[in-house]
Design a protein around this ligand. Sequence first.
Ligand code: FES
Ligand SMILES: [Fe+2]
Length: 337
Amino acid sequence: MTQSSVLNPDRLRPHWLPTGWFQVGWSTDFPAEGVRPLRYLGGEQVAYRDTSGTLHILDAHCRHLGGHLGYGGHVQDDCVVCPFHGWHWSPEGRNTHIPYQPDRPNRARRLRVWPVREQSGMVYMWHDVDGREPDWEPPDIFTDTASHTAALQYHAPSQVKFDALTLHPQLVSENAADPIHFRYVHGARSHPVFLRRWQDEAHWFSQIGFGSRWRPMEPDSHDGDTLSILVAGVGLNYTSLSGSMNTLILLSTTPIEAGTSDMFQTVWLEKLPGDTPDVLESRLDQAISQLPNDIAIWSHQRFEDPPALATVEGQAFTDFRRWARAFYPEVADEFRL
Ligand code: FES
Ligand SMILES: [Fe+2]
């Protein structure tokens, strides 16, 4: 936390440049050859793989004369080469070669390097407005939402991207602190309740029980109809739906610039005996059919601060909002909500 934000705790409201890991695509979006332009978190980036396949993300604009490395650039010797005058930029953001001045690369200018993680087919990029390095890692969907999910077999995931939605990541993540909306937005038959929850600096976890089937279960059981949500930073929501069948869902929201975010939904269905394409299609449908209902709310929602909370929802929601403040260092006014 920067000193200025410690001094101004009231200003730590959500804005469009939160700190944390954000999904910027799936591994398949970044082929071995070539460069790919990205536009996230108020900036423009270029992504490319080096010869070993490791993915790198750098600021997009060449420090020579500002050519965009993501449009017409190419990869050579693990560097991205600018299409304008052929300068080479290394994974560390250094200029290593100027073709018409080979003995003297520019040692002074650097490109910003965006930390990258590639895991289980997802690509994450770290953002911090003050340039601080990552101090936590993106969770693993197969092990980190519930204890039983790692032992199961899953079909290849289905992936859906929603471009440039007018919604803020925190509104999405607050679902983890809001069991009651499941009744009104998603048609749950009764008011779902928290079975347990915990938080640490980077994570906010809740397990939510539906109907009566969970009641006789141990809190850690996966045998009732429960939803476990692990929120990591404000942009990543790892969910496991447990009950008659198990489904894992990662819902990621990544700001583009002030006012808009891309949303990535990845769904893993458990492999079950007798799965046919028809059965799988209807299970997938069931898993993803509710998201548009949420998006319809989030896209028009205002950040009510402080919110008016009923007693039963007050504690968790207040805890969540307080926890989330840590991801918002001070930023320029143009990025405020
Ligand atoms: S602008 Fe990139 S090499 Fe000239
Ligand atoms: Fe929801």
